[in-house]
Design a protein around this ligand. Structure first.
Ligand code: PHE
Length: 446
């Protein structure tokens, strides 16, 4: 992606930003996290974090990116935070590489499911099929091979410079994914477990809100909105001057949460209809979906189409997270783009293979009670991204010149931004305090 490129249209800007945000985080991670953390209680915390922390931080990252036309390092530096860039920058790079590693494993599953559906080898004909298929798929060396294949596709896209092509394709295909999700939702309505599933997802049991639910919901909000690692800053740097940043932030958050909720409405009724456990963890969606496809006439076609679109949605997200480390190696370490791409991909490959092995040969190897896969996920989403967001909110709230912020939000006074004061309040107090308190709470100090 060319650093100085600017999105020509508002639709292009929103579609690409949503392309980064919508991915496995919504369709795979949200249902499994909600399942593990008690459904409704998690959902309500998640939505509160998206709108009270996520939207203000999206605005902050967009302002920093568009106002400086730089990546995370340049953005902090140009706004007078050179020292802060040395903390926030590497933190973002580490987070992006950790995410890329485990994300590629799951994206690898989507490739395998897509191909197996198309060739008819994915058999959903009996009640243990979902789990059995998944076990077959993830034991031994197969997941590693699919992870490597996925990372190779990602690498080729980056090295051939066809990211624009992928983005253009996703502008058309993402609405299609959305329609497909709506169709599956309608199908859920007719399942025997519909009421139980909906109840589980939407009825909050406040007694279930614990420190792990709060931390998990906050991590999910950051992960799903691609926040805290400079991704949205980089995208903001491509916005044109007429982009209303506040509106773009709100639209992104609304669309992103809608996709997550749709995924929940598809998965949980099926979980309850087929007597499965909502607490299955990272494998939940892949075990449940085959049951749904099995019910539908022409299941094979639905399944192929769905996994193909999910694969593309993952690709638009991995391209955006790879871009963070590539720009860092290019601009800060003065590497050529080609070498930077090779280096990032090799790091992700090593991480990806380790994560893939967590479902096979390394399934018994745990650190702090977590497999390598879960540890990478936990460290990046629940720790690195919120710290990145904490730094960004304090920096924009207190340090950055308020005229700069106001100019960015109102396009130099061309239109009004009535929520300026509440936004500043969130960035100065609410976001940093919430993140800090949730951290204290989760280490048992509160
Ligand atoms: N938001 C993406 C998703 O939901 C994942 C992502 C995280 C992308 C961080 C870029 C940066 O799938």
């Amino acid at each position: 992606m060319n650093e100085r490129a600017v999105f020509a249209t508002r639709f292009g800007a929103i579609a690409t930003t949503v392309g980064s945000a919508v991915g496995l985080g919504n369709i795979w991670r949200f249902p499994y996290e909600a399942g593990v953390h008690g459904g409704g209680a998690f959902m309500i915390c998640y939505l509160i974090f998206v709108f009270l922390i996520g939207v203000p931080l999206l605005c902050a990252e967009f302002c920093m990116g568009r106002g400086t036309r730089s990546n995370i390092f340049g953005a902090y530096r140009k706004l007078g935070g050179g020292r802060i860039a040395r903390v926030a920058g590497p933190l973002g790079i580490v987070a992006s590489l950790l995410i890329l590693s485990f994300y590629s494993v799951v994206a690898g599953w989507t490739v395998e499911y897509c191909i197996s559906s198309a060739t008819g080898s994915l058999d959903f004909s009996n009640t243990t099929a979902g789990h059995g298929q998944f076990v077959d798929l993830t034991t031994g060396w197969r997941p590693m091979i699919w992870t490597i294949i996925f990372l190779f596709i990602n690498f080729m896209i980056l090295i051939c410079g066809v990211t624009k092509g992928i983005e253009r394709a996703s502008n058309i295909l993402m609405p299609l994914l959305f329609l497909l999700l709506v169709a599956f939702c309608i199908n859920s309505f007719f399942m025997p477990g519909f009421a139980d599933g909906i109840n589980f997802l939407f009825t909050p049991d406040f007694s279930k809100i614990s420190s792990s639910v709060l931390l998990g919901a906050m991590g999910q909000a950051f992960f799903s909105l691609s926040l805290g690692l400079g991704c949205m800053m980089t995208y903001g740097s491509y916005f044109n001057d007429r982009n209303r940043l506040g509106r773009t932030a709100a639209t992104t958050a609304i669309l992103d949460s809608m996709v997550a909720i749709l995924a929940g409405v598809i998965i949980f009724p099926a979980v309850f209809s087929f007597d499965l456990s909502p607490e299955a963890g990272p494998t939940l969606v892949f075990e449940v979906l085959p049951y749904i496809f099995n019910q539908l006439p022409g299941g094979m076609i639905w399944s192929t189409l769905f996994f193909l679109l999910l694969f593309l949605a993952s690709l638009t997200s991995t391209v955006s997270m790879s871009e963070i480390s590539i720009t860092y190696f290019c601009e800060e370490k003065h590497m050529t783009r080609r070498n930077a791409t090779i280096l990032s991909s090799v790091i992700a490959l090593v991480g990806g293979v380790l994560c893939a092995m967590s479902f096979g040969p390394l399934s018994d190897f745990t650190i702090f009670g977590m497999t390598i896969f879960s540890l990478f996920d936990y460290l990046s989403s629940n720790i690195c991204l919120p710290i990145g967001g904490f730094i960004c909110s304090l920096f924009v709230g207190w340090w950055v010149d308020k005229k700069f912020l106001r100019d960015q939000l109102t396009d130099f006074g061309k239109f009004r931004f009535p929520l300026y004061r509440p936004l500043l309040l969130c960035l100065r107090w609410l976001c940093p305090a919430a993140i800090f308190l949730i951290f204290l709470n989760s280490i048992g100090l509160l």
